[in-house]
Design a protein around this ligand. Structure first.
Ligand code: FES
Ligand code: FES
Length: 218
């Protein structure tokens, strides 16, 4: 038999190691799962207290519960929508302590003591928030699924601009950001609308932003 080359020797060694090690690893994994005490697999719960739309709520939650599921499943605030559940569509946007948050990306237990505003907390059918009224006026929706997130985001966007927080398209970081279409489009880019109502959404936000500026200057 001719002597093995170095390459053939390495191949043969790797194959042998795989054959021997794989079953041993699998057996160890099975043993580890089988040996896991029930208590270790039980859900871990914590009590969380937060303010939602001005109302203090306390719940015992599984620590894996997202803020979105707490709002929708526990508190029945179904205005906040679940689109992707992965932080990609913005349908779940709510306002937490004055800042926009994707509720699917934060755990309920991380919001202990926070003030959360959902679409239900912005206005009522009889007394719409100015942004809600502007979306109606400018026809800023079609199916409406993305709309609660769009409106919560838009309200916070105008606050961000008012507070002088720059965005990716702000050119002069020493001056207050302008209330321009580019600024609004960039800041709203995390809120997707599969119906494509973007132009009307922009009109609605500019309308409210413009009237805000008017009031501030009055
Ligand atoms: S559901 Fe949260 S970002 Fe899409
Ligand atoms: S209005 Fe249908 S997804 Fe935006």
């Amino acid at each position: 038999m001719p002597p093995l080359t170095r390459r053939e020797l390495l191949k043969a060694g790797a194959a042998t190691a795989g054959t021997v090690a794989a079953p041993a690893f699998a057996q160890g994994a099975v043993a580890a799962v089988a040996g896991t005490p029930d208590a270790a697999r039980a859900p871990v719960t914590r009590r969380v207290s937060l303010e939602v739309n001005g109302r203090t709520v306390e719940r015992e939650v599984d620590t894996r519960t997202t803020l979105l599921d707490l709002l929708r499943e526990d508190l029945q605030l179904t205005g906040t929508k679940k689109g992707c559940d992965h932080g990609q569509c913005g349908a779940c946007t709510v306002i937490v302590d004055g800042r926009r948050v994707n509720a699917c990306l934060t755990l309920a237990v991380m919001q202990e003591g926070a003030k959360v505003t959902t679409i239900e907390g912005l206005g009522t059918p009889d007394a719409l928030h100015p942004m809600q009224a502007a979306f109606v006026k400018h026809d800023g929706y079609q199916c409406g699924y993305c709309t609660p997130g769009q409106i919560c985001s838009a309200v916070a966007v105008l606050d961000e601009i008012r507070d002088g927080i720059p965005s990716h398209v702000t050119t002069d970081l020493t001056a207050a950001p302008a209330l321009s279409g580019d600024e609004i489009r960039e800041r709203m880019s995390g809120n997707l609308c599969r119906c494509g109502a973007y132009a009307n959404i922009l009109d609605a936000i500019e309308d409210v932003g413009g009237s805000r500026s008017g009031r501030a200057g009055a």
